[in-house]
Write a protein that binds this ligand. Sequence first.
Ligand code: BG6
Length: 474
Amino acid sequence: MGFRKDFLWGGATAANQVEGGVFEGGRGLANVDLMPYGSERYSVGTGMKHSSRIEEGVLYPSHTAVDFYHHYKEDIGLFAQMGFRCFRMSIAWTRIFPKGDETEPNEEGLKFYEDVFLECRKYGIEPLVTICHFDCPMHLVETIGGWRSRKMIDHYVRLSRVLFERYKGLVRYWLTFNEINMILHFPFVAAGLKFEEGENRYQAMITAAHHELIASAIVTKLAHKIDPENMVGCMVAAGSYYPETCHPNDYWKALCDNRETYMFIDVQSRGYYPPYALKWIEGKNAVIPFKDGDEDILKQNTVDFISFSYYSSRVSSAEPDKGKQTESNIFASVVNPYLESSEWGWQIDPLGFRITINELYDRYQKPLFVVENGLGAKDVIEEDGSINDEYRIDYLRRHIQAMKDAVDLDGVDLLGYTTWGCIDLISNGTGEMEKRYGFIYVDRDNLGNGTMKRMKKKSADWYRQVIESNGEKL
Ligand code: BG6
């Protein structure tokens, strides 16, 4: 058995975390360009601290990132050496529409991505494109409040139409929004939301989520119309919640926490808000800003496949204050005493991966695509120039085995696997460079110093063998 013959092995990135070149090619400014390095990053990302312009003396890691903008040929060449069959990347919206509301796209931006896709095709690498991976034009944040405005739907649909038409035949796999459930955790990053003191934040987040869900459904239809070969997926930050104990209260809490993730896929995959979601929203004193026709749009345009990121399982407790919390800011959870943790306090749980995959497949019975998984760790360059990242190999080996079990032993239909940050990139959560995920090392530090030179790590060769053997040689 094993993985399907055409299994899409590869790696994943996002524009704002790799490209740099923020002031080149006519690109406009986006929310992600205002995410600072340092202690204020979290409060800006959650929309609590407002940031509208670039400030002197502040480091914004996305501005140079790892300069994929100028290194893409070299980088894709390195991916090809590892045998990648797929490369997940995202479009920087403001390269195509610098302000977001123009009627005509920026040709230089379109050309850049066309060149990137052609470079992939040269090596037989299938691009998997996230239309929106945490970026929103700053002009739209400032003028209409980001995704709290329904006008965002038109702007997003215009962007998508341009992409589908221009890249027809070059790109077949599309994801509408990266980790759409991130709206509830990092809302400035996920939806360009800034909050006023005392406002019902849930109302703004639910409004933005509804707009993104409608936009996602509209462009799913559009993608199919422009090219029936197109496959469109939704994307969530997954990782099942376990109850801290077998106390029914803990089990109930875990069920509710899991629903917070499912809620989004339920709409995108089944085509309607499930009753528990409607009640949850009501309980937050919020309303979904439904307009005539919305229900039909959702119902008639569900996704072709379900994609997700998985880094760790999580733990729910009815009394979370009693337990020790993990260090991760965005998805903090109660610490699971049975698991080890990464240097950043992310818990490592390969069986949790198999559990998550199964829970998603049981629920939706649609093909799944793992589009992010990996270990953020510090790497050391030895005197001879080698980088022996055995810990990364170990993490990936165990996770790929778990994924294989889900396919072989549980019968899950899996389309592919792209590891996160196949080339070192800027961390979304912390803005650090030293939290490295890659098979390819990039010489750049947290403060932006370095030559940007690329070097293969030990894991690159290991992953090449994994792909070559279609997951048999781990
Ligand atoms: C996901 C995002 O949340 O996790 C990525 O889609 C992100 O953009 C990744 O980089 C890993 O998180 P971090 O905080 O280590 O970069």
